[in-house]
Design a protein around this ligand. Structure first.
Ligand code: UT7
Length: 331
């Protein structure tokens, strides 16, 4: 019998420390009014200095395992989607394995697809589970963007926040469509690489005194250009995933778009013809948490009762690369 993928649980973790627009007014030449009207962001969460991505990733994973009544020993694969790993290697997934404890030795690796990392991970997870190479898989998306932000650059420092989300998935031969993935769809175009990137710290421009002095280890973005492509590609990929699942956007109970900017979110909802009451928004509380954004959104939508058993949702993302992706899920 053909295997299907079943979502066992979701979890998230947001750092306690809140950085408001008013705090930012004291750091750079900006205002709550500018940030609110241009982005919809009011505040974001920031990790403490001694906290790394694997710390918040492990917290989200623990919530997930607890909800599913499983332990780290039940998991045979850990995938972490991140662009802010603890270090180049070992992978953040290996760090999460260490933090979760247990005796087993699962496959553990990171994937890099910027803000689209969760959907890329979900697509990979689905194939590992359906092929039988994995039975219980922990997919985590976590980013500590605050560690790679130039806090003197008002163009970028007001946009990002830290957070982590996780999903526990298993394979089943049950025909029931509940808690399943109906479709996924991915895309990328590397020609846009320099519109949103971190120039230094890799093999192209290794860390040096000069790169540090020039702040080249932090995010550089051409906001206006990113905005335009983001809307076009999110709409395109959202429609593709709908068509693969044989549904129309109007049949969605909830659309959870990547939360980079409220104007992008609204434009995507409008172009898809999805009523804005069915478009999930938490950008005002957390800003852009990169890969973590859509899974934190999904976890919140479930815990806030915005979706229920049988609801059909779509997650759609866009990020550096450029990368994009969408997934239709039935709860
Ligand atoms: O997660 C990956 C995807 N990322 C995104 O999707 C981000 C996409 N881009 C955006 O969200 C928007 O382009 C931004 C929010 C980044 C910028 O909004 P915008 O409406 O495109 O503004 P702009 O870049 O055209 O800047 C308008 C003005 C500029 O001043 P001048 O040149 O017109 O005098 C900026 O210098 O606003 C100025 N500005 C600011 N002013 C106050 C830029 N940042 C700030 C700021 N506070 N923080």
């Amino acid at each position: 019998m053909k295997k299907k993928v079943k979502i066992l649980s979701t979890g998230s973790y947001l750092p306690a420390k809140i950085l408001t627009n008013f705090d930012l007014e004291k750091m750079v030449d900006t205002s709550d009014e500018w940030i609110s009207t241009r982005t919809g962001i009011k505040e974001r969460r920031i990790v403490e200095e001694n906290v790394a991505t694997s710390d918040i990733a492990a917290e989200a994973a623990r919530v997930c395992l607890k909800k599913a009544n499983l332990t780290a020993d039940d998991v045979d694969t850990i995938i972490v989607a991140t662009i802010t790993p603890d270090m180049f290697f070992p992978s953040t997934a290996c760090m999460v394995h260490k933090k979760l404890g247990g005796k087993n030795e699962p496959a553990a690796f990171d994937i890099s697809a910027a803000c689209s990392g969760f959907i890329y991970g979900l697509t990979l997870a689905e194939d590992l589970l359906i092929s039988g190479k994995s039975k219980n898989l922990l997919l985590i998306a976590a980013d500590t963007m605050s560690k790679f932000t130039n806090w003197k650059d008002r163009n970028t420092c007001v946009l990002f926040g830290d957070g982590a989300g996780a999903m526990l998935l298993t394979s089943t031969e049950d025909e029931n469509e509940e808690n399943s993935i109906l479709s996924t769809c991915l895309g990328a175009n590397g020609n846009y690489d320099e519109l949103l990137y971190i120039p230094a710290g890799g093999s192209r421009m290794p860390a040096s005194l000069e790169t540090v002095q020039k702040n080249l280890h932090t995010v550089v973005m051409s906001g206006k250009e990113v905005f335009k492509v983001a809307v076009t590609k999110m709409v395109e990929t959202a429609l593709k995933a709908c068509s693969l699942a044989n549904i129309s956007p109007q049949q969605l109970d909830l659309l959870i778009p990547h939360q980079a900017n409220l104007r992008i979110i609204n434009a995507v909802g409008e172009r898809l013809g999805v009523d804005l009451s069915k478009v999930f928004i938490n950008v005002h509380k957390y800003g852009n948490m990169s890969a973590a954004t859509v899974i934190v959104g999904l976890d919140e939508a479930i815990s806030q009762g915005k979706v229920k058993k049988g609801s059909i949702l779509e997650l759609v993302t866009f990020g550096g690369g450029f990368t994009w992706g969408a997934a239709i899920i039935k709860l």
